[in-house]
Ligand binder design. Structure first.
Ligand code: SF4
Length: 295
């Protein structure tokens, strides 16, 4: 999918020698030869400049309860106009949204092309009091997200970001300055597991949460995945980090289901309750979700 209907300029990159460019948006810091795509598959080197061919390519549109983001302490009881993009800068083998985060090319035929103006207009006409960039990873489409949030604020819509938090400080500050509420995935407390299994950076996510707390309403989601995040000590590490910022930061502990490249049997609800105990001791707002298969 390389159609470029909106001709938007990429931000956050440096030109290098030999027509190479380095993307400075996320911790991967991809150095790209002409024609090469970044790990996120959303940004590419086109003739010695960073190009964003997926600007305005929307994978999903829906009106959701704000609690589905999940946000339980921000505009409760309201609905939010939600839009998703394509692709992601992580490679979680258990991805619960893989059909848009790691799509096969044929899946992208359902793209809807919308400018930020058109998206905000739809959100405004929906009657929802907020707009959410969600479902896949919005920060790798930061140019579109910034424009959308600027326009949304001018239309008195609240702005919501649902993200993996894998983004560098400078773009994070720019985006969060326009974000009213953010839900950040905190996938594991293990630096090594973030790097080797998920393709991420624990410290970048922690840094993002710290910045977000200074600018926006923040809630955190941790998916309890067997073999990734299934030990009380790990939940304790996550909760200790959050408590060091504020014990009032809400933590959502959600159940995994087998998906994408991961087939491990889900945790039983009783196991989830055991794993979650340290969070309840350290934080004031812990929400443990009962899986539909609970026994
Ligand atoms: S946003 Fe994409 S292209 Fe840029 S550094 Fe991250 S993975 Fe690489």
């Amino acid at each position: 999918m390389t159609e470029e209907p909106f001709q938007a300029q990429a931000a956050y990159f440096a030109a290098l020698d030999d027509s190479r460019v380095q993307c400075l948006l996320c911790p991967h810091a991809c150095v790209l030869q002409p024609g090469q795509w970044g790990i996120c598959k959303a940004r590419t080197n086109k003739a010695g400049s960073l190009s964003i061919p997926l600007y305005g390519h929307i994978s999903s549109l829906a009106i959701d309860p704000v609690e589905k983001k999940p946000l339980l302490h921000f505009m409760p009881g309201s609905f939010t106009f939600s839009a998703g993009f394509w692709h992601c800068n992580l490679k979680c083998p258990f991805c619960q949204n893989w059909s848009i985060s790691h799509p096969k090319p044929v899946m992208m035929q359902k793209t809807v092309l919308l400018s930020p103006q058109a998206l905000v207009q739809k959100a405004f006409e929906s009657g929802c009091p907020s707009i959410s960039l969600t479902y896949s990873e919005p920060t790798i489409h930061i140019e579109y997200a910034l424009e959308t949030f600027k326009l949304a604020k001018a239309s008195h819509l609240a702005t919501i970001l649902v993200t993996n938090g894998s983004i560098c400080s400078s773009p994070a500050e720019a985006l969060l300055s326009l974000t009213d509420a953010v839900n950040v995935d905190f996938k594991t407390a293990s630096e090594e597991r973030y790097r080797t299994m998920l393709g991420g950076d624990l410290h970048a996510v922690q840094n993002f949460i710290q910045i977000a707390y200074e600018t926006s309403h923040v809630e955190i989601t941790s998916l309890l995945v067997p073999g990734i995040l299934d030990q009380p000590d790990e939940i304790k590490s996550i909760a200790e980090f959050l408590a060091s910022i504020s014990p009032q930061i809400p933590l959502h502990l959600t159940p995994y289901h087998p998906d994408y490249n991961y087939t491990k049997t889900p945790l039983r609800y009783q196991q989830m309750q055991e794993i979650a105990k340290p969070a309840f001791e350290l934080l004031e707002n812990v929400h443990l979700y009962r899986p539909w298969y609970a026994d």
